[in-house]
Design a protein around this ligand. Sequence first.
Ligand SMILES: C[S@@+](CC[C@H](N)C(=O)[O-])C[C@H]1O[C@@H](n2cnc3c(N)ncnc32)[C@H](O)[C@@H]1O
Length: 189
Amino acid sequence: MPIFVIEHLEDKVWPWCIIEYKNISKTVGKNNLWFTNIPKNSIYKLKAYGIVFTKSIKSMNLEKSCVMDPEAEKVLSPRDKKSFNYLIFGGILGDYPPKKRTKEELTRFLRNSSCRNIGKKQMSTDNAVYVANAIINGKSLDKIKFQDKLDIKINNIESIILPYRYALIKNKPFISNELISFLKKKKSF
Ligand SMILES: C[S@@+](CC[C@H](N)C(=O)[O-])C[C@H]1O[C@@H](n2cnc3c(N)ncnc32)[C@H](O)[C@@H]1O
């Protein structure tokens, strides 16, 4: 099993990031998860969910590593399990339309790494990890079901639209209940 690395690329470790990172830890297990580029004063926020580094992945020069980037040419396949010891993801919140931040802020700097996509559509980091983990464990991308765009109802009138791609598990989009509660609370202020 490769190590899943989340290179944090937001200016702060926002509550939304913590909720997603916690969900990633649930998916792959805290012993298989690294958080890199974490500001010193935020280490305590993530210690319970994985191994935390203040260093950036860009200065680690890891061997057999692969950046997960929607702009990559090749698709991640179950055969890649043997090729990579590290799968690297951008700790980047979704933006719409996508600004290609993974390519600009991560892939471009990791010249010794390979890169792969899991389709061209943008997923949240926790969804991307869920899908990559499923692929590494033998399920090819074309066997995974998705829903594009998620509509979260706040009340009878309002809803929040998340314009991203979500993996479907038993026909339900992969999103944590904690994130749904957080978004509802945020919207009601
Ligand atoms: C919310 S996405 C960031 C997307 C950002 N807007 C961009 O354009 O790169 C967070 C991370 O999930 C991973 N990811 C999301 N969708 C992906 C895809 N279709 N293929 C590969 N990686 C993906 C990437 O590692 C990405 O940095």
